[in-house]
Design a protein around this ligand. Structure first.
Ligand code: FEO
Length: 397
C-alpha cells in the first residue's frame, strides 16, 4: 500500500481488505479497511496496527516513509484483533522493549492475547505523552465498543484517533470523507447499528466529554473506512442523533414464512401501515442479512416480527434475528408479533417474550392465525397495521 498523508508528518499506513464479506456476523458487502497511522516526530509513533494477515500492506506503507525499525512508540487504541493482530510481528521487528501505550483495560487484554512479552504502559486522561514537537493525550472510551477502547488526541494538530468510533466498513480508493461525500453515511449508519448501538447512552456522554476536554478535532481518524476531514462535526452530530434512538414515523415488518401464510399476514399488515401513511419496510429474514435488518430498524418507531411455528418453536431465521437484535439493545420502539400455525402455535408467545425482554413497548398482544389467513384474518392483520400506524401518527418522518 502507498501511505496517505493525513496532515503534516502524519500518515495513514493501513491496509485495505477488499474481499471480506463477513465480519464476525456483519455482512461487509464492500469490504473494510484497517487503519493504522504513523506520526513522523522525534519519537516515531505508530497508532494501531492491522489484522495479522494484512501486516505486509502496513509495512509496505511504512517502509515508503521510514525504516519500520525506527518506530519508537506504539499506541494501541483498541485490542480487538483487527487492530492488534499485527502487534507481535511489529514488536518482533522493532524490539519488544519499545513501549506500547494502551488503556488500563487494554493492558489486561493485550496480556490476555499475547502474554507478558511486550513493554505495556497503561495511560489515562492525565497522561501526556511527548513525542517531540507534539504531545498526545488519551481518553478512555470504555465499552465503545470494548472495555479497552480509547481515543488518542494530537494536541498540536487537533487530530483525533478514534479507534472503532466513527468508522465504517467500506473498502474503496477514498481515504477521506470529501472524496466520497454523502455516499459514506449509509455505511456509517450500518456500522453504528451493528457495533455501537448497545452503547448508545455512552455515546451521548462521549460526545459531551470530547467538548469538555477541550478537544475540537479538525480531523477524525477512525480505525475503519474514511477519515473525516472535511466536516468532522458531521459524523459527531450523526452519532448524537443515532445515540438518542429517537423513533420516527417508520415501521419495519420482518418475518419468515413456510407456506406463505405468515407472508400474507405481513403484507396485510403493511397495507394497514401504508393506509396510515407510515414509511414502511417489509423484509423476509431468509432473504436479508441480519446486519441489514438491524440497520433498517435503527430509526424506526415500530418493528413487527412474524414467524410460523416450526417444531414448537420459531423459524430459525427469526430466532437468529431476535438473538442478534436483543444483543444490540434497540430502544424506543413499538413492537408486536404475528404468525400462522398448524397445530400448536408457540411462535407468538416466544417472539413476544423476546420483545418484552428487549424492553420494547408491546402495542398488541400478538396476532396468531390458524393455517391460512382468510378474509377475516387478513382484515385483522390490516387492522394491526392501522393500529400501529395511528400510534406513530405524531412522530416525525
Ligand atoms: Fe475494528 Fe473492535 O475492532
Amino acid at each position: 500500500m502507498k501511505p496517505v498523508k493525513v496532515s503534516e508528518a502524519i500518515y495513514w499506513v493501513g491496509a485495505i481488505d477488499w474481499n471480506i464479506r463477513d465480519f464476525h456476523g456483519y455482512a461487509t458487502y464492500q469490504g473494510t479497511t484497517y487503519n493504522a497511522f504513523l506520526i513522523l516526530d522525534e519519537k516515531i509513533t505508530l497508532i494501531d496496527t492491522v489484522k495479522k494477515e494484512f501486516t505486509d500492506q502496513m509495512f509496505e506503507a511504512i517502509g515508503q516513509l521510514v525504516d519500520p525499525k525506527k518506530i519508537e512508540y506504539v499506541i494501541s487504541n483498541h485490542t480487538e484483533m483487527d487492530h492488534s493482530g499485527g502487534l507481535p510481528i511489529l514488536m518482533h521487528l522493532i524490539g519488544q522493549d519499545k513501549p506500547v501505550y494502551c488503556s488500563k483495560m487494554g493492558f489486561r487484554n493485550l496480556r490476555g492475547h499475547f502474554g507478558d512479552k511486550f513493554n505495556l504502559q497503561a495511560v489515562d486522561k492525565d497522561t501526556e505523552l511527548n513525542i517531540g514537537l507534539r504531545t498526545l493525550s488519551f481518553m478512555e472510551t470504555r465499552m465503545l465498543h470494548w472495555p479497552d477502547s480509547m481515543f488518542t488526541y494530537v494536541n498540536e494538530d487537533d487530530i483525533l484517533f478514534s479507534s472503532d468510533c466513527f468508522g465504517q466498513h467500506y473498502a474503496g480508493w477514498e481515504r477521506f470523507d470529501d472524496q466520497i461525500g454523502e455516499a459514506i453515511m449509509p455505511h456509517a449508519l450500518k456500522y453504528y447499528a451493528n457495533i455501537l448501538l448497545p452503547y448508545s447512552p455512552r455515546v451521548s456522554k462521549l460526545i459531551a466529554q470530547v467538548a469538555e476536554l477541550g478537544m475540537a478535532p479538525k480531523i477524525i481518524c477512525p480505525d475503519h473506512g474514511v477519515l473525516w476531514r472535511e466536516n468532522p462535526s458531521k459524523i459527531m452530530e450523526a452519532y448524537s442523533r443515532w445515540a438518542s434512538q429517537k423513533p420516527h414515523r417508520k415501521a419495519v415488518v420482518l418475518y419468515d414464512t413456510m407456506w406463505e401464510s405468515t407472508r400474507k399476514m405481513a403484507e396485510a399488515i403493511v397495507d394497514g401501515l401504508i393506509a396510515e401513511n407510515v414509511e414502511t419496510q417489509c423484509m423476509r429474514l431468509r432473504t436479508i442479512h441480519r446486519s441489514d435488518a438491524i440497520t433498517e430498524i435503527m430509526e424506526a418507531g415500530a418493528v413487527l416480527i412474524g414467524s410460523p411455528t416450526l417444531n414448537n418453536g420459531l423459524f430459525p431465521t427469526v430466532s437468529d434475528f431476535l438473538c442478534y437484535m436483543k444483543g444490540l439493545r434497540p430502544r424506543n420502539k413499538l413492537a408486536a408479533a404475528f404468525g400462522s400455525y398448524g397445530w400448536t402455535g408457540e411462535s407468538i408467545k416466544l417472539i413476544t417474550a423476546e420483545l418484552e425482554a428487549m424492553k420494547l413497548e408491546l402495542i398488541d398482544p400478538g396476532l396468531s392465525i390458524h393455517w391460512v389467513p382468510d378474509d377475516n384474518g387478513l382484515k385483522k392483520c390490516f387492522e394491526m397495521g392501522t393500529k400501529v400506524g395511528r400510534a406513530l401518527a405524531g412522530f416525525e418522518r
